[in-house]
Design a binder for this molecule. Sequence first.
Ligand code: TYC
Length: 112
Amino acid sequence: MSSPDSPEKPEKPEHDIGVVVEAAQPELDEPRLYKVLLLNDDFTPMDFVIVILETFFTMNKETATQVMLHVHTRGKGVCGVFSRQIAETKVNQVNAFSQAHQHPLLCSMEEA
Ligand code: TYC
């Protein structure tokens, strides 16, 4: 046990006299954004894809129908653009929902 005035340890100051606190650097980089994509296949019913777009991407029926037809004719299409964590959650939710209904519909993401 060392005495209170042992030489190993400087005495703890009562206050942080002489300590300079610098402001944190502002966050300069914008968070990266990710497109969530639906991929076409030959088996998933069109109505099921429309339900996906309405349920997970809050589209109305008209917009959901347009996006579904775009995917159907062009092979893939963007459902929305999100931060990485939200995009990952959407992809997982859509793929789990499609699997649960035995449809091969695939959802993926890529940096915007
Ligand atoms: N091609 C499907 C059909 O003809 C419809 C479909 C659209 C499937 C979009 C997937 O992401 C998709 N029933």
